[in-house]
Design a protein around this ligand. Sequence first.
Ligand code: BEZ
Ligand code: FE
Length: 288
Amino acid sequence: MREFDEKSITRAVIGRLSECHDPRFKRVMTSLITHLHDFVRDVKLTEDEWLTAIQFLTDVGATCTDKRQEFILLSDTLGVSVLVITLNHPAYRGSAESTVMGPFYWEGAPDLPRGSNLAVGVRGEPAFYSGRVLSADGRPIENALLDIWSGDGDGNYDMQLPQETGMKARGRIRTDAEGRYWFRSIRPTFYPVPTDGPVGRMLRHMGRHPYRPGHIHMIVSAPGHLPVTTHLFVAGSQYLDSDAVFGVKESLVAQFDRHAAGVGPDGERIDTSFYTVNYDFRLRAAQS
Ligand code: BEZ
Ligand code: FE
């Protein structure tokens, strides 16, 4: 057939996959074409809207650099990233849940001894983090690695601050023989995802705010176990119920207990109030 109507066009495009010998790609493309055509028919897309969409995607691409990934931000803000993560990392026997990676991971953070202050010279209220890394059946995992990063107390990551050239509020900490970890950093605060590009325009047009609730990021890994890219969210933080990237999981919300100025858990005097938070991560065995 040469000529297509608004229904037969879908079958025709899918039919052109008959010589595709990659079964997974064929399945994905068939579904994509089906849903895309259904969407266009459903909203009866106008030519102006089609052009606006093309221009929008062009702008998203043009905004990407080696330091900025606007397509991932688009995926994050449309809930696609969390959907993919949730499908690929289903909850398993109380093991730590995964959430979005975000754009501010910086590989090669320094290996620091347990108890280190990751946030030397970083603005923010001091917070002492501690807990254990355990297997799904509750056995402590020695030498598990926590690769940690967060913004400062104003919600800015080191990469976003023009005056910062090096890493800040980042570090890699390993657990002891009892699976315990502890370190000092700051209590993170809420902050907006980048809004100066096309995704920011889209959010404004949708009537949405761009904020994420306060959280600290970590990748927790150990030999023989599946690594988890996750966050700890600050209980009570603004935007927990409306995270701009839908990354909140109830199991990742941690209590930050406030203490008056005095001696911190590390035995050092602190002149300001500070927080403590305790959280255990359970890792799923690689063969389970
Ligand atoms: C973040 O938490 O760092 C983040 C996640 C997704 C989009 C933007 C920022
Ligand atoms: Fe973040």
